[in-house]
Design a protein around this ligand. Structure first.
Ligand code: NAD
Ligand code: DAU
Length: 360
């Protein structure tokens, strides 16, 4: 079996569902259930004997050591993190605590477990750390895409915390020999993404007739990867990746933010036209830019394509279509995750609608 951390979040839940459907191997999911964790994401597994959920903190060494001793996972797939850049700007300490200290505590528990394993089990054991392309910093329009050798230049408290965790993972391999794998991945999208991130936020606001907040000029470029493609890449890395190696994962879909927002609007115009017949794009509102906003990310996926024969399968426009349809079909999910604390965050981040519109 494998131990997944953060399996109730956006990518973790997609991974657990895909893992059980494709590999069928049992999973223990350790998740603290922060504002971003929703056990309902895995409600379909409630009666599945291959799935065990444990609510807890990756930094709770006694709990993690006990789980490792009792379940003897052959791998740890580590998703748990604070993941939203804007929240890291308003509250960086939580990012240092979870992403840096929490990952370090998890690594230490994994190391002690790994050292006690019989030789064959120890040789097969893997610690897969799920990280981000943001650790590499920002690219100019004509710059070559990030390779695994690109210099680390994190610019936000979020990316700095992920960079620090990557360094600890590297050090645990280099110093102690722990068989680690690290992936640095671009922007994911798909079902069950918390509506604080661009794509689900725009879908939700559009359906409510509210402003679609575009930071600055909206010409910042991201590489978009469907979450199912990310999960299939992680399975390839876990199965065939070389211990100690890092792999960049991308969607081969660079798009400017404004283009992404207009694609969502056009999709909604087709799938759920507004009652008054007006275009959703009329709701686009330029607001104050994110401080330190990275201009462009791009992934060179030659290593994972060449060494592990993996490439993304979902074209961006098809993936957006499916994602918009999922949100249209799951208004109840959006409703359930956006109560209380969510509304507080949106008010803090964007202000009242009139305030947001005048902040451009
Ligand atoms: P998310 O915010 O949706 O989910 C994070 C999950 O971790 C939640 O279920 C939360 O409850 C859990 N968690 C938080 N702190 C915890 C702790 N101390 N102990 C146990 N569980 C805890 O995040 P996501 O978007 O699914 O991202 C998952 C991972 O992938 C993160 O490490 C993130 O840095 C990385 N990543 C995300 C993207 C993306 O586009 N979303 C891209 C590249 C890499
Ligand atoms: O690149 C991988 C990273 O992608 C992950 O490591 C992070 O966990 C994930 O959150 C994501 O980070 P971004 O900052 O790129 O994602 P976000 O959805 O927050 O923003 C995408 C772009 O859209 C970014 O340029 C900021 C912009 N944006 C975002 C929001 C929330 C807006 O213009 N308006 C908004 O309201």
């Amino acid at each position: 079996m494998i131990l997944v951390t953060g399996g109730c979040g956006f990518i973790g839940s997609a991974f657990v569902l895909q893992w059980l459907a494709e590999a069928g191997e049992p999973v223990v999911n350790l998740d603290l259930l922060t504002y971003a964790g929703h056990p309902g994401n895995l409600a379909s597994l409630a009666d599945d004997p291959r799935y065990v959920f444990v609510r807890g903190d990756i930094g709770d060494t006694a709990l993690v050591s006990d789980l490792l001793r009792r379940h003897r996972p052959r791998a740890i797939v580590h998703f748990a993190a604070e993941s939203h850049v804007d929240r890291s700007i308003s509250g960086p300490l939580a990012f240092a605590q979870t992403n840096v200290v929490g990952t370090l505590q998890l690594l230490q528990a994994a190391l002690e477990h790994w050292r006690a394993l019989p030789a064959a089990e120890a040789a097969a054991f893997r610690f897969l750390h799920v990280s981000t392309d943001e650790v590499f910093g920002s690219l100019g329009p004509g710059d070559a895409a990030f390779t695994e050798q690109h210099r680390y230049e994190p610019n936000s408290p979020y990316s700095a915390s992920k960079a620090a965790s990557d360094h600890f993972v590297r050090a645990y391999h280099h110093t102690y020999g722990l068989p680690t794998l690290t992936t640095n991945c671009s922007n994911n999208y798909g079902p069950r993404q918390f509506p604080e991130k661009l794509i689900p936020l725009v879908i939700r606001n559009a359906l409510r007739g509210e402003p679609l907040p575009v930071y600055g000029d909206g010409q910042q470029v991201r590489d978009w990867l469907h979450v199912d493609d990310h999960c299939s890449a992680l399975r390839a890395v876990l199965a065939r990746g070389a211990p100690g190696a890092t792999y960049n994962i991308g969607g081969r879909s660079e798009r400017a933010n404004l283009q992404v927002v207009h694609t969502i609007c056009a999709t909604l115009d087709r799938l759920r036209p507004r009652a008054d017949g007006r275009a959703y794009a009329e709701l686009v509102t330029h607001v104050r830019d994110r401080p330190g906003h990275d201009r462009r990310y791009a992934i060179d996926d030659s290593r994972i394509a060449g060494e592990l024969a993996w490439k993304p399968a979902v074209p961006f426009e098809e993936g957006i279509d499916r994602t918009v349809q999922w949100y249209l079909d799951h208004a109840d999910w959006v409703e359930s995750v956006t109560s209380g604390a969510y509304r507080q965050w949106i008010a803090q981040q964007y202000g009242a609608p009139a305030e947001a519109a005048s902040a451009a």
